[in-house]
Design a protein around this ligand. Sequence first.
Ligand code: ITT
Length: 190
Amino acid sequence: MKLIFATKNKNKLAEVQDLLAGTGIEILGIEGEFNPEENGETFEENALIKAREAAKIMNMPAIADDSGLVVGALGGRPGVYSSRYEQTDEKRISKLLDELKNTKAEERSARFVCSVVIVSEKGEILFSTTQTCEGQIAFSPTGYEGFGYDPIFYLPEKNATMAELTMEEKNKLSHRSKAFKKAMEWLLRS
Ligand code: ITT
């Protein structure tokens, strides 16, 4: 079973390939020009835009995720704008910490959200799910694993940030792993 994974984010591809290893489901990275306009209002809409664009280019069924960080004290921002919030991971993290500099520990709750959509080669929606991972925004970055906002996403039950977890540990609890596991169950059933 082969699917195109509609992403330019190599970290996402690595996480998902690790997650699906041994299942018989093969996720291929997208080749060549891939610049979908992510102008949806929800994670699900953006995942669908990416999946449809990839299916069209490659003429194959495609899977896409759209994900981001939803911060309670910021009314849900950066949300669907998580990757456009700033230019680099470093700048995104320092801007977010700056926005929260007067926010107390008990008001720093946040969640990672991930929508996964699978489309046929014609772009019809076959499967869709949205999953979350709850945590808090730390006061400073810690850890070097993962990507994006992982160094400031603190998981109380692990007493660690997401960037202090190995990929295997992250894949047991992350928003993306939960969503891809649901997709995998669906793929294996159909
Ligand atoms: P594609 O659109 O090509 O898949 P992207 O990185 O732009 O790659 P998104 O549009 O889904 O992906 O944006 C998600 C952003 O949210 C991402 O760039 C990170 O900044 C953040 N993010 C998502 N999942 C994350 C995770 O597991 N850990 C840390 N940050 C994450």
